[in-house]
Structure formats: C-alpha cells, structure tokens
Write a new protein. Structure first.
Length: 195
C-alpha cells in the first residue's frame, strides 16, 4: 500500500482550510489575537518575514497589512493559488518545500512557521536551514502544539530542538480560546528564538 502524495493531500485541504478559525482568521477577535501575538514577537515593520508552509496566505496577508515585507512558501499549488488570490501584490509567494525553502540565505529578519515543524523528518536539519535564512539578529518564530490527537511536539521538545542550535528560546503558551476560536484542551504555544 502506497502512502498518499502530500501535495495532493494539501491541495484537497485547500478548499476548506480557512474554515478553521485560526487558519482563515475571519473572526475579528481571533484575527486581533494573532495580530497582537505576532507583532509582539516580530521585529518592527518593514522587516522581511518568510512564512514557511504558509497555506492559503492568511498570515502573510495579515503581516503585509501591518507593513511587513512578506514571502510565503508552500508546496501545494492550490494553497498558493488561494494565497495569491487573497493577497494580490501585498505579499509574494514561492512554490517550495517548507523543509528546504528556496529562499535567499541571510535574507530575512524573521522566519515564521506555524504547525509544520512537528510533521517534518530530521527536525534539527530543517531548523538549521531555517536559521540560515535569517539575517544577523533575526528571529525564528515557531507556533506548534502537542495536540489531543497525539500528534505534534511538546513545548519542551521544541525548546530542546531550538536550544540545540545554540540559540536562545522564549516560550509563550497559547491556551487562550481567542487564538483558536474555541476552548482547547491540549498544549499550544509560540517559541521565539533570537541569537
């Protein structure tokens, strides 16, 4: 039995991807919560931000609206089509694998990745590639979780991965329903890493 093609899986997910409150950010309270969280962790605009595994482009669009210079990367053509339709010329999108993004090394003030690291093999190597994208003083922002389904990474695992690169890591737990549009019973968090 062959495993399904991940690109096809995410192409199929694209149509309903934004239905989740934290994906589409259609609810003003959820949108405001993510805006405030990201602005508190990112360097000031017009910093250059790479959003890896950007999906339908909701976060690039949100950040572009705040004056950031944003490039989103995703390997799903359908996700990218929807991202480009949403954002127009306010953000750039590049087809590529988030695990090895086709972006300029040392070209970004921040690298943002939401709910992708947990699903990737060889996470230390992936994180090294992501850190290589950062300009001096750049920040790595990882939104992850250890979900009630059993999937994901605990905060302790993510902190260990980041600190294993010789980087500082700051943990912010995200239990507030405002981020998710509902109460949650699992561990969700943001890790911000600076050199």
């Amino acid at each position: 039995m062959t495993s399904p093609d991940p690109v096809e899986l995410w192409n199929d997910e694209a149509e309903t991807f934004d239905d989740a409150a934290d994906h589409g950010l259609r609810d003003p309270e959820v949108r405001a919560a993510w805006r405030d969280l990201l602005l508190s962790a990112l360097p000031p605009a017009p910093a250059r931000v790479a959003d890896l595994g950007c999906g339908t482009g909701t976060l690039p669009l949100l950040l572009a609206g705040e004056g950031y210079d944003v490039t989103g990367v995703d390997f799903s053509p359908e996700m990218l089509r929807r991202a480009e339709a949403k954002a127009g010329d306010r953000a750039r999108f590049v087809a590529g694998d988030a695990a090895d993004p086709p972006l300029q090394r040392s070209g970004y003030d921040a690298v943002l990745c939401r709910h992708v690291l947990w699903a990737l093999p060889d996470r230390p190597a992936v994180l090294r590639r992501w850190v290589d994208l950062l300009a001096p003083g750049g920040r790595l922002l990882l939104v992850e979780g250890s979900w009630s389904t059993g999937a994901g990474l605990t905060a302790a695992q993510t902190l260990e991965l980041v600190e294993g690169l010789g980087r500082q890591a700051e943990l912010r737990l995200l239990p507030d329903p405002a981020y998710w549009g509902r109460k949650i019973d699992d561990e969700r968090y943001l890790v911000v890493s600076r050199r």
